[in-house]
Each structure stands twice: as C-alpha cells, then as structure tokens.
Ligand binder design. Structure first.
Ligand code: G3P
Length: 217
C-alpha cells in the first residue's frame, strides 16, 4: 500500500520524504488555506519535493470550468493530479480529462455507487472519505471494503485512495482491505512508528550494554 501525505505543509512533506514514507501528496482548499500560501506557489514547491502524484483541487462547478482549471493545474508540474468532485458535471469532466490523458482523483466519495460511476468515467483514483462517514455514524471502512470488492470483480484500473483518515486504525484497516493508497495526515503518520515497548526495549538494551562493559573491564 502506498502512503500519500494529506497536507499542503511543505515541512511535513519534507520530513516524510526524508523518512521514505511519502509516495505522493493530496491537497484540498482547506489544506491550502492552512498552509497560508498561494495555491500555485504551494503546489509548485510540493511537486519539486515529491516524485509521486500530487492532487490539486479547484472550485469549478461545471465540467467546462473543471477542465479549464485542470489545464492550469497541469501546467504547474508533470506530477499534478486533478481532484474532481463526485458530481454529474464532475464525471463529465473526468471523461474529457481521461481522454486527454490527464490524471484525475474523484473526491468526496461517500458511497460505492459513486465510486463505481467514477471508475466507469475513467478516474485514475477515487477517494472515499472514511473519517467523515464515521462522523455521521456510518462505518467508513465498510465503504472501502465494498469499493475494493466491486473494483476487483471488474478489474477496474482505478485506484482507491482511503481519505479523511483520522487515526492509525484507519491506516491498518485500509491495508487489510487491499486499498491501493492511504492518504495520511502527518500527525497520524507519526503515530504509526511509535510503540512504548520499542522505546523501553532500546533503553533496557543500552543499560545492559553499559553494565556489561563495566563488568568486563
Ligand atoms: O483527503 C481528503 C481529506 O483531507 C479530508 O479529510 O479530515 O477533512 O475529513 P478531513
């Protein structure tokens, strides 16, 4: 499973790239706002740091507006992927963009039927939002399992990005489901590394190493 970083914060991205756990990046208008930077400036900087796909989201509502925005985003860097919302106009845009070879990430997916429609439209990626479903008492990961079943049945090329991840269990469940990608906030990524018994074990081994050194002097 690939790890994308769900952030527009360049420092967080640099850190994850340094640790070898950043296969791509996803952004949205909220994350760009949090970065405090202009969207174009932020995306260009991120695309220089990350080799993998970098998702960029616009605010167009008609297919025509979305395709126009996609043209601009794609001119910023080669690894830009255009995020398109799961609407009828969005799916028209996905068809047009897919025919031109522009990679798309269909976002705000909350049902398996939406994912199926997006795959049939030729989306490169679909992003089910698991955390936001959990927030309204629906099991977000159930949706991911259901999408994976459908995509396997028909051998769709569309890849599933588990998005709106809130905690490490979402990441593990994504891995169990066979989802292609989890897009993870930096704070959640940090938690994947840690275990108190690892720290305790290192401390104990160090203590015994010192003790043994003194004993055999
Ligand atoms: O990738 C989409 C994601 O950023 C949405 O996350 O936490 O705002 O639901 P959240």
């Amino acid at each position: 499973m690939k790890f994308f970083l769900d952030t527009a914060d360049v420092e967080e991205i640099r850190k994850a790239v340094g640790l070898g756990v950043c296969d791509g990046v996803t952004t949205n208008p909220t994350l760009i706002m949090k970065s405090g930077k202009d969207q174009k400036e932020a995306i260009k900087e991120i695309c220089k740091i990350v080799d993998g796909p970098v998702s960029v989201e616009g605010i167009g509502e008609t297919a025509e507006e979305m395709v126009k925005e996609a043209g601009e985003f794609s001119s910023w860097a080669e690894n830009v992927v255009v995020k398109i919302p799961m609407t009828r106009e969005g799916m028209k845009a996905v068809r047009l963009l897919s025919a031109k070879g522009t990679k798309t990430n269909v976002t705000l997916v909350f049902s398996a039927s939406q994912a199926l429609i997006a795959a049939k439209a030729g989306a490169t990626y679909v992003s089910p939002f698991v955390g936001r479903l959990d927030d309204v008492s629906q099991d977000g990961m159930e949706l991911v399992y259901s999408i994976m079943d459908i995509f396997c049945n028909y051998d769709f090329d569309t890849q599933v990005i588990v998005a709106s991840i809130r905690h490490p269990m979402h990441v593990l469940d994504a891995a169990h489901s066979g989802a292609h990608i989890a897009t993870v906030p930096a704070a959640v990524l940090d938690k994947l590394w840690a275990h108190p018994l690892t720290d305790k074990g290192i401390e104990k081994f160090k203590e015994h190493h010192e003790k043994h050194k003194k004993a055999i002097k």
